[in-house]
Ligand binder design. Structure first.
Ligand SMILES: Nc1ncnc2c1ncn2[C@@H]1O[C@H](COP(=O)(O)OP(=O)(O)OP(=O)(O)O)[C@@H](O)[C@H]1O
Ligand SMILES: [Mg+2]
Length: 388
């Protein structure tokens, strides 16, 4: 795969992102959950800072983060099927939140049955999840997050595309259109009767992927300084860097002409495989730890820290102009980290000055400050604790 490295000037692109219209809110003030797994009904008045959710195993802590994620992305971070998340014996689940961007308040809500979704913002129906997601940029860190390093490239594409989604409002449309074009092009490769349309769809694909690569490049430029900051805060003297591959073999340029030649040369092998073998849908983000692929060299604990650094950097990347902060949800915070790393992580989290939702079975390891809130969960019942 052809690897592109990016260094240097960030300001041009960052300024472009600065001029975006006001698109998303920054804080969850009130969260109301009904019929989410073990939780029948819960109300949480959240702090703009740290919200510590504690309780025994199986009490329903992760369900709270799951509810926030469903609001933000339309799906859970731990079950592909919404049917698993809806409380047994119930037809639907409802998650509502009052949120604010400092000046304006929003009432947002999502109701899910096993087969349908209804989304509302300020009493108006929204017709796409993407429209709701814009209101609520939530980054989730949970024990399965290491798959970002060890799992398929699709996860790393989704990682960089998340940043592009929040920085560039047009990105989502371009990506959806790329996927439609890809489907049509694959159909031409698969069905001989459609083969004559292949050049048309190839041209469309080329145009769309030049734009996608551009959005990804610009997202990476914003991400890199954030990643450097978090790597130095969390990974001591180790070096962390990322490299974006284009989804084409090494040496292939992304100009329209070069791509056209490339696809013409690969026509026969693509017809044989019945699909498009190269393009933005095959791109990857290589994560290097001390100049070596992270997934092959880092220890289990280091992998965990790398992923935390990456996801926190992702969240900070959309904070262009220090105006719009993402929300960070961390499930089962300190598992597997030694005490120095836990301390370092906790002080870094405080420094980020973002709204945090943290679950733990050991609340004593996280000292609470002034406006922090602690919630205790028992058998799905959530109660707010007085701060010690
Ligand atoms: N659809 C469902 N309906 C009702 N209860 C469910 C459903 N799915 C899971 N549960 C129950 O909900 C609870 C899951 O809660 P959750 O995973 O949030 O626990 P937790 O507090 O995060 O635990 P741990 O500390 O082990 O991570 C479990 O007790 C599980 O049996
Ligand atoms: Mg849990």
């Amino acid at each position: 795969m052809f690897i592109r490295r990016y260094r240097g000037a960030l300001c041009g692109y960052a300024n472009q992102a600065l001029s975006l219209p006001h698109l998303f809110v920054v804080l969850l003030e009130q969260l109301s959950i009904s019929h989410c797994r073990i939780i029948e009904a819960a109300e949480l008045a959240l702090s703009p800072g740290v919200n510590l959710i504690c309780g025994n195993n199986g009490s329903g802590k992760s369900c709270i983060l799951e509810a926030v994620t469903i609001l933000s992305r339309g799906r859970s971070f731990r079950s592909a099927q919404i049917a698993d998340v809806i409380r047994h014996g119930e037809e639907s689940m409802l998650i509502r939140a009052k949120s604010s961007d400092g000046d304006n308040h929003f009432n947002i809500g999502i109701e899910k049955t096993r087969h349908s979704t209804r989304i509302r913002v300020n009493q108006q129906d929204l017709h796409t999840q993407a429209a709701l997601s814009r209101f609520l940029p939530v980054s989730v860190i949970d024990p399965s997050s290491v798959e970002l390093l060890t799992g398929s490239p699709a996860l790393r594409r989704a990682y960089i595309d998340w940043i592009a989604f929040y920085l560039f409002p047009e990105f989502h449309k371009v990506w959806q259109s790329y996927r439609r074009i890809l489907k049509q092009r694959n159909l031409c490769l698969r069905v001989p009767a459609y083969l004559s349309a292949l050049p048309v769809w190839t041209d469309e694909l080329i145009k769309a992927q030049i734009r996608i690569q551009d959005y990804r490049d610009r997202s990476l430029l914003v991400l890199e300084p954030q990643l450097n900051f978090l790597a130095s805060a969390l990974l001591e003297n180790h070096c962390l860097s990322v490299e974006l591959t284009t989804g084409f073999p090494k040496g292939v340029e992304l100009s329209e002409e070069a791509q056209r030649t490339f696809y013409a040369e690969r026509r026969d092998s693509e017809i044989k495989s019945a699909r498009t073998l190269s393009g933005a849908h095959r791109a990857d983000l290589r994560v290097m730890f001390n100049q070596q692929p992270a997934q092959h060299t880092a220890s289990r604990g280091q992998l965990k820290l790398i992923v935390i650094a990456m996801l926190l950097a992702q969240s900070r990347s959309i904070d262009i102009g220090h105006e719009r902060k993402g929300i960070i949800a961390i499930d089962d915070l300190p598992a597997e980290l030694d005490s120095d790393n836990k301390t370092r992580l906790l002080s870094t989290l405080r420094e980020l000055d973002q709204q945090l939702l943290l679950t733990t079975t050991h609340p004593e390891i996280i000292p609470l400050h002034g406006s922090d809130r602690m919630f205790h969960v028992k058998h799905g019942v959530v109660t707010q604790q007085c701060n010690p």
